[in-house]
Design a protein around this ligand. Structure first.
Ligand code: MCA
Ligand code: AMP
Length: 552
């Protein structure tokens, strides 16, 4: 039975401006005059606009169905509302809200209206938000109704003119204001180089940098992945990832929309719910932690997964044990791919062959597959010279997917590119004789925990500010659930007694919860090499068994 959201009742999808459906090829994309990404997505909507596009699942309220017409009409209303605010060209629309279909519509509306979408992790706390708004100076900030009183002064101090709210239960001033606007809208004309979104990603200095992704970056990656991953009519995606990072926002949503595919939409990942939805779906995307958690469920069986066509993993290394166990339990071979906020998707294992048929072109566990069509990837040594086949070095990339630069950080942007225009990923890897890429580590000091990035320099700077702290070091150690988690080692000032629980509590009040170290040790000194540099490898070795179970 179809339950229509209360606010959708009176929609009329009159005068749609874009004929449908038609899947754009890469060459057609380049022949377009208006390169607004929304046009390519809208063009792929099925001709039966009353069919269900998104079905919500497993939230506390009643399941809701959104038709393709709903997506079009409601994003048009929001776009018209945004345009009615008379914002300057290139305005940033910052969004920190819980996952909901309306939040996705706000993203589509921002594209349509030609503004720049700036999604923020819901875990970010005041100090983190303050930095983002002061850096990005958004014209609009959309937050949850609950956070309004907290966010409004922070946003207004940074010059944000409009602070709106959006709840995950179809409430908030954004929807109230959008409701009175027309349900049709012509997407604002955009060039491929126009910025569509800014994604904040931290750096080695601990200061976050806004990666500017263009309409061209996003569109080229989406169109290419649709083909590469064999998307076809009738595919249904289980969407269980957050929508404030590349994986859930771009890779998953674009893939479904650009194929005119329905999404089963889960506000939060619940392993039981995903497994229960498998018989009605064909594609799933997740970070490795999601696969680990599903493997712990007895309901995950070959029969339950038999309707599924493709399981995709990325954002963090997928352990070979997880890859193999998934194959044994479900009969499916996970396709692992690799990407970054600055580049969207870079490499992928092949779609076509199955690992069990012995052909050259299989999905190989422990590797991230081949450079995607249009992406050039090279491995170089520390002097920038090409590494030999199989030799470990720094991964550098080029392609239409590579971002335009860091927001208002031209110097930082320059540093991250080589003089001949290759982007330095900060990942360390190798390419074998069959062209499979394997990531073996990172030159950047980064911990990836459950698919979220934690930059030690940022956490250390917070710890070092605490009273009585002389210095600190954060290292990543293996964890059976999150893959990797942070462990802090803190050195007190002479004569000071520090309490590790108090340190963690102090950090927790200032930083997103996933950044809080899972363990903290107070020590007398940090191990250093002869140059005086902290030997994080020694700390990692000391604590590597702290959470040891399945990862050992
Ligand atoms: C939650 N917690 C975590 C994490 N998530 N700790 C470390 N790492 C995490 N990732 C902690 C919280 O701090 C909290 O601790 C406790 O777990 C429960 O929090 P809750 O939010 O309820 O956790 P959860 O719902 O179980 O979330 C786990 C999760 C989530 C489902 C794995 O982290 C998740 O959705 N991860 C996916 C991230 C993602 O989409 N990454 C893609 C980035 P306490 O109670 O002590 O406070 S895009 C990217 O990387 C690139 C481009 C790419 O290639 O895709
Ligand atoms: P982000 O800054 O959130 O975009 O994170 C990008 C980083 O995630 C990359 O530079 C890699 O270090 C890591 N990453 C993404 N996918 C994979 C993967 N399949 N295997 C290993 N690391 C990955």
């Amino acid at each position: 039975m179809q339950t229509v959201p209360p606010s959708c009742k009176n929609w009329a999808c009159d005068g749609l401006r874009i004929p449908s459906p038609h899947f754009l090829t890469v060459s057609e994309t380049f022949a377009m005059t208006n390169h607004n990404l929304f046009i390519a997505l809208r063009q792929a909507f099925p001709s039966q606009l009353h069919d269900i596009a998104v079905e919500t699942c497993c939230s506390s309220g009643q399941p809701l169905n959104y038709s393709w017409q709903d997506l079009d009409a409601r994003s048009a209303q929001m776009a018209n509302m945004l345009q009615g605010l008379q914002l300057p060209e290139g305005s940033r629309i910052a969004v920190q809200v819980e996952k909901s279909v309306e939040a996705m519509l706000l993203y589509l509306a921002t594209l349509r209206a030609g503004f720049i979408f700036l999604p923020l992790n819901t875990a970010y706390q005041n100090a983190e938000i303050e930095y983002f708004v002061q850096n990005a100076e958004p014209a609009v900030f959309v937050c949850t109704p609950t956070n309004l009183e907290r966010i409004r002064p922070i946003a207004q101090q940074a010059g944000t003119q409009h602070v709106l709210t959006l709840g995950d239960d179809q409430t908030g001033t954004l929807l109230e204001q959008a409701a009175g606007h027309p349900t049709t809208q012509t997407p604002v004309s955009k060039q491929p180089d126009d910025v569509a979104a800014i994604l904040y990603t931290s750096g080695t200095t601990g200061r976050s940098k806004g990666a500017m992704l263009t309409h061209g970056n996003l569109q080229s990656n989406a169109v290419m992945l649709k083909d590469y991953w064999g998307w076809k009519e009738g595919d249904v995606l289980i969407h269980a990832l957050p929508i404030f990072h590349v994986h859930g926002l771009f890779v998953a949503i674009h893939a479904a929309l650009i194929n005119g595919s329905k999404m089963i939409w889960m506000a939060k990942f619940d392993p039981k719910a995903v497994i229960a939805a498998m018989p009605r779906a064909t594609v799933f995307m997740g970070v490795p932690t999601l696969y680990v958690r599903m493997l712990a469920e007895p309901t995950l069986t070959r029969q339950q997964a038999q309707n599924m066509r493709l399981f995709i993993a990325g954002s963090a290394p997928l352990l070979i044990e997880t890859f193999q166990e998934w194959q044994e339990r479900t009969g499916h071979t996970i396709l692992e791919r690799y990407g970054m906020s600055e580049t969207i998707m870079l490499t992928s294992n092949p779609y076509t062959a199955d690992a069990r048929n012995g052909s050259q072109s299989t999905r190989r566990g422990g590797t991230v597959g081949f450079a995607l069509p249009g992406v050039q990837l090279r491995v170089v040594d520390d002097k920038g010279q090409p590494a030999h086949t199989g030799e470990i070095g720094n991964i550098q990339v080029q392609g239409p997917n590579v971002f335009q630069g860091y927001w208002r950080m031209p110097e930082k942007t320059k540093e991250e590119f080589t003089v001949d225009g290759w982007f330095k990923t900060g990942d360390v890897g190798k390419i074998d004789t069959s062209n499979y890429v394997t990531i073996v580590g990172r030159s950047k000091d980064l911990i990836i925990s459950g698919g979220y990035n934690v930059y030690p320099a940022e956490i250390e700077s917070y710890i070092n500010e605490l009273p009585g702290v002389a210095e600190s070091a954060l290292v990543g150690v293996p964890h059976p659930d999150f893959g990797e988690v942070g462990v802090a080692v803190v050195i007190p000032k002479p004569g000071v007694m520090l309490d590790s629980e108090q340190i963690l509590a102090a950090i927790k009040s200032q930083l997103a919860n996933f950044k809080v170290p899972k363990c903290c040790f107070v020590a007398q000194e940090l191990p250093r090499n002869t140059m005086g540099k902290v030997q994080k490898n020694v700390l990692r070795e000391s604590y590597k068994h702290l959470f040891a179970t399945a990862t050992q």
